[in-house]
Each structure stands twice: as structure tokens, then as C-alpha cells.
Design a protein around this ligand. Structure first.
Ligand SMILES: [Zn+2]
Length: 119
């Protein structure tokens, strides 16, 4: 697989080159940071497909009990861990694959380092 680095459009990056891959990850981390330059914690989301096949930055508003709730759930109101609401940050990306969405979230959170992305 060949990835063209946004920072260096002159030479393609191959997945077999660990230095080039590290540089691409660094460039992507800066691009994917929040408005304050802080790393996001990423999560799997449910979009129009009604399956956990998307991914997005975790919503900081979701720690409140009055947002991200399914009020009419048959067993009573529950937290909606995978839902997307107006308060949720972008990018929100649909992959159409549960394993692929989980894989991308794992990669993105791993790139945040041992403490980065946690909030
Ligand atoms: Zn939200």
C-alpha cells in the first residue's frame, strides 16, 4: 500500500518504511487534533446504516447525563454510546464495515500515545 503524505507530496510513503510511516502519523495527528490542538479520543459511531460502522472523535458533551440518551428505550432510558447528535464533533466517517470502523478507531487511539486522547 502506498500513502502520499500531505506534508510531503513529492515522494510516496510505503507502509514498509517505518520512518516515513511515523512522519505520516505525526502529520495526521496534527490534522486530526481538536480546535485547541489536543488529541481526540476516537469512538465507533452509528450513522444512517444503524450499525456501528462509522467513527468520529468522542463527544465531550456525552459525559453529561442529559445528552446522548435514548429516552424511549423499551427498558427505560439508556445512554446512547454509539449515537451521533448535534453536539458531536466532526469528522464523522462512515466505513460500511463494523470491523474496519473498530480497526480505524483502535489505530487512531493508539496514535494518541499512552495518555493522549484520554479525557
Ligand atoms: Zn455529542
Amino acid at each position: 500500500m502506498t500513502i502520499v503524505s500531505p506534508a510531503a507530496q513529492t515522494a510516496p510513503i510505503t507502509s514498509q518504511d517505518p520512518v516515513a510511516l511515523a512522519k505520516a502519523r505525526t502529520s495526521a495527528a496534527a490534522m486530526l487534533a481538536d480546535d485547541n490542538g489536543q488529541p481526540h479520543h476516537w469512538r465507533v459511531i452509528v450513522t444512517d446504516t444503524e450499525s456501528p460502522t462509522g467513527f468520529a472523535p468522542a463527544c465531550r458533551a456525552s459525559t453529561s447525563d442529559d445528552v446522548h440518551m435514548i429516552a424511549d428505550f423499551h427498558g427505560g432510558p439508556i445512554r446512547d454510546e454509539y449515537g451521533v447528535y448535534d453536539c458531536c464533533p466532526w469528522p464523522q466517517v462512515e466505513t460500511f464495515s463494523e470491523p474496519f470502523a473498530a480497526y480505524v478507531v483502535a489505530l487512531l487511539n493508539a496514535d494518541q500515545g499512552p495518555t493522549g486522547g484520554a479525557w
